[in-house]
Design a protein. Sequence first.
Length: 262
Amino acid sequence: MKGKRIFVFVLLALCICFLPARNTEAAVSYRNQFVKAQNGNISYFNSKGVKAKGIITVKGRKYYMDSRGILRTGWRKVGQKYYFFGQINGGAGYMRTSARINGIQVRKDGSASYNRTQLQKLNLMVRANQIVDGITNNRMTKPQKLRACFRYIVNYNYGDGGDFAGGSNWDIYYGSRVLSRRRGDCFGFGCAFAYLADAVGYTSYAVSSGGHGWAEVNGRVYDANWAKATGRIDWYCGMDYNLSGRGGRPNYKPNRVYVKRI
């Protein structure tokens, strides 16, 4: 009898040893608060301890959580309306109201007011934000995200080339075409990158001489076309304008003929 008791005790001990370890993170219950995960993603857990999705209101401010419950910023389309969620002083990006952003008026309720051309730009900016969501992560710094966007455009194929389109909305025309088709020329690469840079949070410009196109961020040249053609990404990802015309580089500085702020 004693031997049976010892056997049962040993068997029970072995079973306990082989039980799966409990995830201590899963055991933590968050309610009514923002939580930043180890991967950098920010989520909001509601009163039931569930990740909130869509537009939520916290302490009078509205935030946007995607389908996975991750906080997102920039231009977003929710239903049939467009909203901008911007970061201020490094805090969580909340809905902006009664403001003019990217040349588009935002109403008191946060929804964008737009005409036909502005609708095209809104759809382009929403697409740019979605791309940035997919090719970057929230552990990256802002400059790292910008570089990831540059490499992303460099990897696009050539195609749809031709003379400079011109017109008042050439940045929208080229940016939309390239981000939807994943191919383009120097004008398209420049505009597409400028919109991605804007989505990252930089003030960016699409620039053209009429014969060549590039993007400008923080007063520096970002030329995905020449980076692709030469294989010298470091040369053309944030190039100082003072290097214009040197070492086989295009003469950018005196040829900023057409400049569009995104």
